[in-house]
Write a new protein. Structure first.
Length: 250
């Protein structure tokens, strides 16, 4: 049973699915690819509007799960968010309702464009200070991480987890991105592999097609760990030492 912890399948909330038809198409594709649980992770950046965000997200999740049951699709959707880390976080209210399946794990993203590297660690530290553990989404895609690779090691030392994206590992975003994604996955830095799907045709969630293009060092056992074992531990809110890195400071 695969779990996709990063997916923009909810309609009309961000740059993901535009309508319910696209949402259902993503759910059908998930089912065909062995994905049984999807965390809905719409982009979240306006820290002052948490209640509005959660209301809109939760209504859609409830509606969608009812619809999936009616249609007999073996997919369940749970709550999450892709939280954009910026200075507003220091003034933010409680972040815990934004975590993946109400666990301690918060999916976080930095800007894809180059940003001031000195802000990366304090922003993550703020997440820890609130009793949560950041999961850094697609570290392989940040220009700043390519320029300052020690940031990844520093975040790992702090106890952050990392999620690489299937299309990166498959080489769809270029050699440089693929190299870093594969390195992080194989050296034990990244525990999680997700689709970050936005639309059925553009950045979809046909996981088997991506996996077919993975380089051989990303073994089937590693794929099973990163798409099943590790995300299951997140959903069950297992402590950070449940992951590959051994004891984590938490
Ligand atoms: Fe995303």
């Amino acid at each position: 049973m695969r779990i996709d912890l990063h997916c923009h399948l909810l309609w009309g909330l961000d740059d993901g699915a535009d309508n319910l038809e696209e949402t259902l198409s993503l759910c059908e594709s998930a089912a065909q690819n062995g994905i049984r649980v999807i965390a809905a992770t719409p982009h979240y950046a306006n820290y002052a509007k948490t209640d509005d965000f959660l209301y809109a997200r939760n209504r859609r999740i409830a509606q969608l799960n009812t619809l999936l049951k009616t249609r007999g699709l073996p997919v369940h959707v749970c709550g999450g968010a892709e939280v954009f880390l910026h200075n507003g976080i220091f003034e933010a209210n409680d972040l815990s309702p934004l975590t993946l399946n109400r666990s301690r794990y918060l999916l976080c993203e930095y800007a894809l464009q180059p940003f001031d590297p000195s802000i990366a660690l304090p922003l993550a530290e703020e997440v820890f200070d609130r009793g949560l553990v950041p999961i850094i989404a697609h570290p392989e895609r940040y220009a700043t991480f390519h320029q300052h690779p020690s940031l990844i090691a520093d975040l790992a030392d702090m106890g952050a987890l990392f999620q690489v994206t299937a299309d990166s590992v498959a080489g769809r975003l270029g050699k440089k991105v693929q190299r870093l994604a594969v390195e992080l996955l194989t050296d034990g830095t990244a525990d999680l592999l997700a689709t970050d799907a936005h639309h059925p045709e553009i950045r979809g969630n046909a996981l088997d097609a991506f996996i077919a293009d993975f380089p051989p060092e990303v073994t089937p056992e590693l794929v099973t760990y990163a798409t099943q074992t590790a995300p299951q531990a997140v959903l069950e809110n297992k402590p950070p030492d449940a992951f590959r890195h051994g004891p984590w400071a938490f």
